[in-house]
Ligand binder design. Structure first.
Ligand code: LLP
Length: 424
């Protein structure tokens, strides 16, 4: 069953009408389907067991979403101390967390090591050396995987490709053997394995194959020298359907893993983000006005680029569905769907065929559960929007809309300015 579908002409999450949620919490608002997240998780489990599933929480870090996934058995892939603490707060044990990222600070590495994290994915020689120093200083052993850059083009958007030699991520595969050897000799480090992640929203298995071959080759080289390699972190990147893409076939991926790396006998980790939560979320918005100009029909909605930025920074496509199903035979006409933010780039869709829409109508931006709320900002003085989780026939607000007072609470006017008075 699709996570969001029309029931009696009204778009719903399971049995819950999205219009009822909009009426209760206002718009804009993110809505996630717990059932859809769970189904997506089960699909991974079925296809890839016994691999460890470390949810790439950068896709959606809401505490309730994390808690849901933790309850299903997921670990987490984190990229900052903030994410790490959030994962812990959601009940994910440190022994189920891997720490990725190209610019971990010493404080972040120390916090992770002190807690007994499963693995840190090191991405450079300086990072390997810092990890050794910190671990030795605090009397811990750091379990480390070396993230390699396999110089493989993932064939996805340029902005979310990470495995080409010109990308900032990982250690060049050509230099990885030497760095692994060096690391194996450093105090405080236990070199556990190799990690790789070549990009996001992959639709094709072939780049994975090329990357995994490089990983397998490296494992064989290092083992021939006596290195002990027991874990491979294969990253994320599993593509979904936004427009007309074919989602990455998970069964095909699993077969590929069996062919290319399973024979090495390592424990396997995967880090799916988007695939677990993307299709499970929508962003609800209300039409503020429809403005016809000599050149365009603008549908102006109350959500903006600060709420969902993917269309603006990646040119990403999100389906836009009216909450009330258009009548049969409705006339679709091109429209530019734009937000209220004072930038021309605040445009969700250009010349998109849409049925008639009027002020007050509600729409949903689809596949917005991943890289939606987490990438939001308060630009133009717009508070972060609430998040709602639907389970079966109920819904709960899992992040409240901050009040304007709360939005101001961290800011201070220094004495010397306060003294000058604001009322004169
Ligand atoms: N592991 C690592 C080391 C990553 O860097 C990422 C994503 C993932 C796993 C999860 O990848 P996924 O399964 O979600 O494709 N903001 C962009 C996506 C950025 C992805 C960054 N890294 C977007 O909205 O498309």
């Amino acid at each position: 069953m699709r996570p969001f579908d029309y029931i009696d002409g009204s778009l719903a999450a399971g049995p819950v009408r999205l219009a009822d949620i909009a009426a209760a919490v206002g718009t804009p608002a993110y809505v996630y389907s717990a059932d859809a997240v769970e189904a997506a998780y089960r699909e991974f489990e079925t296809a890839l067991a016994p691999a460890r599933i470390c949810y790439a929480m950068k896709a959606n870090g809401n505490l309730a979403v994390l808690r849901l996934l933790a309850g299903l058995g997921a670990g987490a892939d984190v990229v900052s101390e903030g994410e790490f603490r959030r994962a812990l707060a959601a009940g994910i044990a440190p022994e189920r967390i891997v720490f990725s990222g190209v610019g971990k600070t010493e404080a972040e590495m120390e916090a992770a090591l002190a807690s007994g994290i499963l693995q840190i994915n090191a991405e450079s020689a300086p990072e390997v050396r810092s990890l050794s120093r910190i671990a030795a200083r605090i009397g811990r052993t750091a379990s480390v995987a070396l993230r390699i850059n396999p110089d493989v083009d993932a064939g996805t958007l340029d902005q979310i490709s990470t495995g080409r030699k010109t990308d900032k991520f990982g250690v060049a595969w050509t230099e990885a053997p030497a760095l692994f050897r060096e690391a194996a000799g450093l105090p405080g480090l236990s070199m556990e394995g190799i990690a790789v992640h070549i990009g996001s929203q992959l639709g094709d298995l072939d780049p994975y194959r090329r990357a995994f071959r490089r990983v397998a080759e490296l494992v064989r080289t290092l083992r021939a020298e006596g290195a002990r390699i027991r874990r491979l972190d294969l990253g994320g990147g599993f593509g979904i359907r936004y427009r007309d893409e074919t989602p990455l076939p998970l069964a095909g991926y699993a077969a590929l893993v069996r062919e290319e790396v399973a024979g090495l006998g390592c424990e396997l980790v995967v880090e799916p983000g988007r695939r677990l939560v993307g299709p499970a979320g929508v962003l609800l918005a209300r039409v503020v006005a429809v403005k016809e100009t000599p050149a365009r029909r603008f549908v102006i909605v109350d959500a903006g680029m600060n709420d969902l930025v993917r269309p603006m920074i990646y040119g990403a496509w999100h389906d836009i569905l009216p909450l009330d199903a258009p009548p049969a035979g409705a006339h679709y006409r091109p429209a530019d769907v734009v937000g209220p933010v004072c930038e021309t780039t605040d445009k969700f869709a250009e010349q998109r065929p849409l049925p008639p829409l009027a002020a007050g109508d509600l729409v949903a931006f689809c596949e917005a559960g991943a890289y939606g709320a987490v990438m939001a900002s308060t630009y133009n003085g717009r508070p972060l929007v609430p998040e709602v989780l639907v389970r079966g026939g109920r819904f709960d607000v899992v992040r409240a809309r901050p009040t304007f007072e709360e939005s101001l609470a961290l800011e201070r006017v220094p004495d010397w300015l306060a003294a000058s008075g604001g009322d004169g």
